[in-house]
Design a protein around this ligand. Structure first.
Ligand SMILES: Cc1ncc(COP(=O)(O)O)c(C=O)c1O
Length: 397
């Protein structure tokens, strides 16, 4: 019989560089592979499983909804969709929601809002100012917004109308603004770019500039949203409210669901402008509603804030033993550890041996995004496993 990696090679499009384990089961912060080996999971489906693996509230809501109604299309009203939209609006600064099936689709929706807003309210302005080092997804529009040839080079030409400026630099946004500009699109923290945290006040200053120019401020909170950085939404750190916001990842605690939300003044899409067959299905919305209600009710964003500080303290303490760690940065439970060289993949491989899943967000940096439900004891154990892994890396240097 062929091994799982052999089957993958034969049948699956070879776009993923996979870790050498086949995961079959998960519970909380732990997963098990097909050989029965247990791992502490500090990747959490790339900052997705906010309640860990197979949380009972999500499983129960999914099972109940699966018995009642799984899919209808958006030709009809369905109750879980409306309940989830209400919950999101009540707990955010935005007014209207559209559900999607992924993060990229959520950002695509934002791009369409910006284009239509520019056409209707800014004399046909269409250009969107984005940041260098951003990541917004893999569709043609979001690749253009991402603006990184590493992801987009083979797929040129991409849609036009995007300009890229250094992240964290308000003057650069001001200089890039012209009569053609309709919106600024930013991540509150650049996740895939390496967990790049901007200085305090950055988003607030961008907000002010957008107000002066009548442009939309659009925040891609696909990675930072739903409690990950210590507040329900990343924009709360600076108190800079977006006009448009994209969500996904943590929203369904493992379910494929995203959303874009708009303030009333940016609610420009009308019947016929947008749609999706699967998006906002009763099944995904019921599971996501249960997850979000739990996250809000149990105050998990504040928990992430405290535990993030605890984790960063523990990781920073490793610098004494391993001077090749040059920085620990992040907010809440979105944390990176930077090396003074391209050691991330070696550290990740050594961590697998020790039973810890982390991921190399850059060749020089590890990312930690454990579930918001992770315990102190699990963080201690994860850091101990990492320590043993780094000892191996140090020994092989
Ligand atoms: C900030 C941000 N936006 C968009 C995306 C794309 O999301 P998805 O992979 O669900 O399409 C990601 C994925 O990593 C992301 O981090």
């Amino acid at each position: 019989m062929k091994s799982w990696p052999e089957l993958e090679k034969q049948y699956y499009l070879g776009v993923f560089k996979r870790a050498p384990m086949t995961l079959v089961r998960g519970r909380g912060t732990r997963v098990w592979d097909a050989d029965g080996k247990e791992y502490l999971d500090f990747v959490a489906g790339i900052a997705v499983n906010s309640l860990g693996h197979c949380h009972p509230v999500v499983v129960k809501a999914l099972a109940a909804q699966a018995q009642a109604l799984i899919h209808t299309s958006n030709l009809y009203y369905t109750i879980p969709q409306l309940r989830l939209a209400e919950l999101l609006v009540k707990h955010s600064c935005l007014d209207k929601v559209f559900f999607t099936n992924s993060g990229a689709e959520a950002v695509e929706g934002c791009l369409k809002v910006a284009r239509k807003y520019g056409k209707e309210k800014l004399n046909g302005a269409y250009e969107i100012i984005c940041a260098q080092g951003a990541f917004h997804g893999r569709t043609m529009g979001t690749l253009a917004a991402t603006g990184n040839p590493k992801y987009s080079e083979p797929f040129q030409p991409l849609p036009g109308g995007f300009v890229h400026v250094p992240y964290g630099d308000v003057d650069a946004i001001k200089k890039a603004t012209s009569a053609k500009s309709c919106a600024v699109l930013l991540e509150p923290i650049q996740g895939e770019g390496g967990v790049n945290v901007p200085r305090d006040g950055y988003l607030k200053e961008v907000r002010r500039w957008c107000d002066q120019r009548g442009m939309l401020l659009m925040l891609d909170e696909v990675q930072t949203g739903i409690g990950r950085t210590g507040y329900l939404f990343g924009y709360e750190h600076d108190g800079a409210e977006p006009d448009v916001m994209a969500l996904a990842k943590g929203l369904g605690s493992g379910l494929p669901i995203g959303a874009f939300l708009v303030k009333e003044r940016a609610a420009v899409l009308v019947p016929g402008d947008h749609g999706s067959t699967f998006a906002g299905s009763p099944l995904m919305c019921a599971g996501s509603h249960a997850a979000l209600k739990y996250i809000i009710g149990r105050r998990l964003p504040a928990r992430a804030r405290d535990l993030g500080k605890y984790l960063m303290g523990k990781l920073t303490a490793l610098r004494e033993e391993f001077p090749y760690i040059v920085e620990v940065r992040g907010r809440g439970l979105l944390v990176a550890l930077e090396f003074n060289g391209e050691l991330a993949q070696r550290a990740v491989s050594a961590a697998w041996e020790e039973g810890l899943l982390v991921n190399p967000v850059k060749p020089t940096a590890l990312r930690f995004a454990p579930p918001l439900t992770v315990t102190r004891r699990e963080l201690d154990s994860g850091v101990q496993r990492l320590r043993r892994a780094l000892q191996k890396v140090a020994a092989s240097k």
